[in-house]
Design a protein around this ligand. Structure first.
Ligand code: LFR
Length: 502
């Protein structure tokens, strides 16, 4: 097989990037994947009035820049794939035109409808029929909110395209709906493996919006002639990858044994999960707020959304706004020097979900729970990182109790692993090793599914072997400290206290 190149676009909530992958076959050795970043750009919400949107047309322009650069830099990818965050979508009218800017999943408009939807359908039924934990941003609530607001867009819309499918449509003219993203809508029925039209009917969401689902690895279509001409590039073919970034990242977890494993995709969100053949739809999984998201290769990922480094990103934005611009490595340095285990938060307290005033929210949490109120940059950063590490420990234990498995250590992947202190604290909290890498897991998983579609990579197992052979994986051994046991106890007590109050 020749050394074929592929192009991956990986769009996260705070940045996007284009990377070239090349599979290298050296004589005698195992194949290796080489990855080069060719374009990177910031991303974030745009506020207008009460709403938060994605700047989807600018993102499209960034993809075009990525395509153009690829060929200008001398690469010649034959295929490309796009992965993004979950749940969000654009609506198209009968002429195939985009009707307005897609909402950002942190738009507050869903908050009022959640209760109505839950009380009319039932929390258990919603879980049973979707496998998903109740997240306020799920597509179902976004559509219910538009319905409640009597959105004229919803009435006029012909087709709903989830973000990666929307971008693929802009570039190729072909409308598809890829499976892993479909399962983030809460409108896809995992047991029936079909759209949940009954639920749509009950919520007056038009079923005609939803296209037939295609699976990762399916070739979609080449770039339109118009796009090729505009960019001066050949007709590169779009492939449906695991278009949900979390699922792409799960493909790139470098676990090579047959045993099951637990992983943490560490970015704006922290997604902790384990791979299974079937969704786990037990009451206990629902109670512990786990999701079963459709993955690559017919898998289901039993996982939990943890608030993640979002909390720190927002603090950083505030400090930056006040004129004290700290790099992440500086923040980590400050945190490393701060007193350990001073104040803890529950990262999944709902107040931390929405943007703005994050420092104030952390301080209020500490005050309410009778802890010292962190003031300095290092104290606040330390509080966030230790709390995340404790939350990760709790989630590993929950996954073990749900599945009956026990895990020797934790695989951490994604941009957040560049925060070495977080990896070390996680190993310490868990008292187990952490294997950190690769950083660009979503883009790598995206590439590997392209290689599966072209026949260069056989299956998930081969893909993971390739990742393990190609990228450095850093081992963090736990540094035992008796205080971690107390801290975990304090952490769970904070949560219990909160539950009592509710
Ligand atoms: C991570 C992620 C999560 C999803 C959240 C919102 O980037 O895709 O999996 O729950 O973003 O879409």
């Amino acid at each position: 097989l020749e050394d074929q190149e592929v192009l991956a676009f990986d769009l996260g909530a705070s940045s996007g990037r284009a990377l070239i992958g090349r599979m290298i076959h050296e004589s005698g050795g195992a194949p290796r994947l080489k990855v080069e970043e060719i374009h990177r750009f910031p991303n974030g919400p745009v506020e207008i009035g009460d709403h938060l949107y994605w700047d989807i047309l600018r993102l499209l322009e960034e993809l075009k820049t990525g395509l153009r650069k690829a060929f200008q830099d001398g690469y010649s990818p034959r295929t490309f794939g796009i992965d993004t965050w979950g749940v969000d979508f654009g609506l198209l009218d009968a002429n195939g035109e985009l009707m307005g800017n897609p909402y950002h999943y942190r738009d507050p408009h869903t908050q009022e409808v959640i209760e109505d939807v839950v009380s009319s359908i039932g929390k258990e039924a919603l879980f049973e029929q979707s496998g998903l934990q109740l997240m306020p941003f799920n597509t179902v609530y976004q559509l219910a909110a538009m319905k409640q607001a009597a959105s004229p867009k919803l009435d006029a819309a012909r087709t709903l395209l989830l973000t990666p499918d929307l971008l693929v449509y802009f570039l190729t003219g072909r409308m598809v709906c890829e499976f892993t993203m479909a399962t983030t809508t809460q409108l896809y029925h995992p047991s029936k493996q079909a759209w949940n039209t009954e639920l749509m009917d009950r919520l007056s969401i038009p079923p005609h919006l939803f296209l037939e689902v295609i699976h990762p690895g399916t070739a979609i279509a080449p770039l339109t002639q118009r796009v090729c001409k505009e960019l001066g590039v050949p007709p590169v073919e779009a492939v449906a990858v695991g278009t949900h970034d979390t699922e792409s990242a799960a493909v790139a977890v470098p676990c090579c044994s047959d045993e099951s494993f637990v992983y943490l995709v560490c970015g704006t969100w922290s997604l902790m999960g384990t791979e299974r053949e079937q969704p786990l739809l037990t009451e206990e999984a629902a109670r512990l707020e786990f999701s079963n998201e459709g993955g690559v290769g017919g898998t289901y990922q039993l996982l939990k959304n943890i608030m993640g480094l979002w909390i720190l990103q927002e603090c950083k934005a505030e400090w930056d706004g006040q004129g004290s611009v700290y790099s992440y490595s500086r923040l980590v340095q400050e945190a490393a020097g701060a007193e350990p285990f001073r104040s803890l938060i529950d990262p999944d307290d709902f107040r931390f979900y929405s943007p703005h005033d994050m420092i104030g929210k952390i301080q209020a949490f500490c005050l309410e729970s009778g802890q010292p109120v962190p003031q300095r940059v290092g104290e606040i950063t330390r509080c966030v990182l230790e709390s995340l590490a404790l939350k990760y420990k709790q989630t590993v234990l929950q996954i073990e109790s749900l599945t009956g498995e026990s895990f020797q250590g934790l695989h951490m992947v994604g941009g957040g692993i560049q925060n070495e202190l977080l990896c070390q604290l996680t190993a310490n909290a868990l008292a187990r090793p952490v294997w950190a890498g690769p950083v660009e897991a979503s883009a790598i998983g995206n590439m590997l599914v392209q290689y599966m579609s072209t026949g260069h990579c056989k299956d998930l197992q081969t893909a993971r072997r390739l990742v393990a052979d190609s990228f450095p994986i850093r081992l963090y051994e736990p540094q035992q400290h008796p205080e971690w046991v107390n801290a975990y106890l304090r952490f769970t007590q904070l949560q219990a206290r909160k539950e009592e109050e509710q």
